[in-house]
Design a protein around this ligand. Structure first.
Ligand code: NAI
Length: 246
């Protein structure tokens, strides 16, 4: 389905990003595997993906730094000649109630989740415009839609991603580029591992499908949005949340 394509996935060494990289590789896409610090995990994933008969470029880069993002995309173009799919997955949390939230807790989450995605959009868009096509998929969150106590910073960043997604979709639709956002609910990854079991049970009560999601549930949607089968879909926010928000 994606044979011969080139996909860049940010924050791909673990969690949802890792599942996305594997799913896109399964569909035949070559992968640019971005990581920030987990070199060992990234190189292990590289071997796993290569066993799936795709080519992989592992690239260390902090998406907060636009020059590093630019160099990464340049390296991707040098190796693969083009970039068809960009998945902006990297993100962080620094949860606490507003009354206790420090300036730096707010700034760091905005710097990665919002400005970091902006940096990636800023650098990938001219490349895709020149190519006359491409697919951009941004990871938002249902928290960006409904808010959550203790996540003022995170909710603001993820709501911001939705605004950027829709605005850019309007700007580049005529250039053959689609831009969509995926809004996961509660997915079992390192990001949610810290939540205690009692809280997880409470969450499950509010999920019609009565389970937390798997990273693969998100990756399956990303693969669809990366494929030609979604060619008439742009500017959308699609939830993968077991029905939690509807
Ligand atoms: P995770 O914490 O397991 O993985 C995030 C990855 O992003 C890590 O590999 C990390 O190193 C990387 N990263 C963080 N800052 C970076 C930076 N400045 N530059 C490059 N890479 C960086 O998180 P998870 O759960 O896999 O989340 C992936 C995305 O999905 C995030 O954007 C998150 O906000 C979003 N999401 C996750 C949900 C969940 O329940 N796990 C729910 C809704 C959204």
């Amino acid at each position: 389905m994606l044979k011969g394509k080139c996909s860049v996935v940010t924050g791909a060494s673990r969690g949802i990003g890792r599942a996305i990289a594997k799913r896109l590789a399964k569909a035949g896409s070559n992968i640019v595997l971005n990581y920030r610090s987990s070199e060992k995990e990234a190189s292990e994933l590289k071997s796993e993906l290569e066993d799936m008969n795709v080519e992989v470029l592992v690239y260390k880069c902090d998406i907060q730094n636009i020059n590093e993002v630019s160099e990464m995309l340049k390296a991707a173009k040098e190796k693969f000649g083009k970039i068809d799919i960009m998945v902006n997955n990297a993100g962080i949390t620094k949860d606490t109630l507003l009354l206790r939230m420090k300036q730096e807790d707010f700034d760091s989450v905005i710097d990665v989740n919002l400005k970091g995605v902006f940096n990636c959009l800023k650098e990938i868009t001219p490349i895709m415009v020149r190519q006359k096509g491409g697919k951009i998929i941004n990871l938002s969150s249902v928290i960006g839609l409904i808010g959550n106590a203790g996540q003022v910073n995170y909710a603001a960043s993820k709501a911001g991603v939705i605004g950027m997604t829709k605005s850019l979709a309007k700007e580049v639709g005529s250039r053959g580029i689609t831009v969509n956002a995926v809004a996961p609910g509660f997915i079992q990854t390192d990001m949610t591992n810290d939540l205690n079991d009692k809280y997880k049970d409470e969450i499950k009560k509010n999920i019609p499908l009565r389970r937390l999601g798997e990273a693969e549930d998100v990756a399956n949607l990303v693969a669809f949005l990366a494929s030609e089968e979604s060619s008439y879909i742009t500017g959308q926010v699609i939830n993968v949340d077991g029905g939690m928000v509807m």
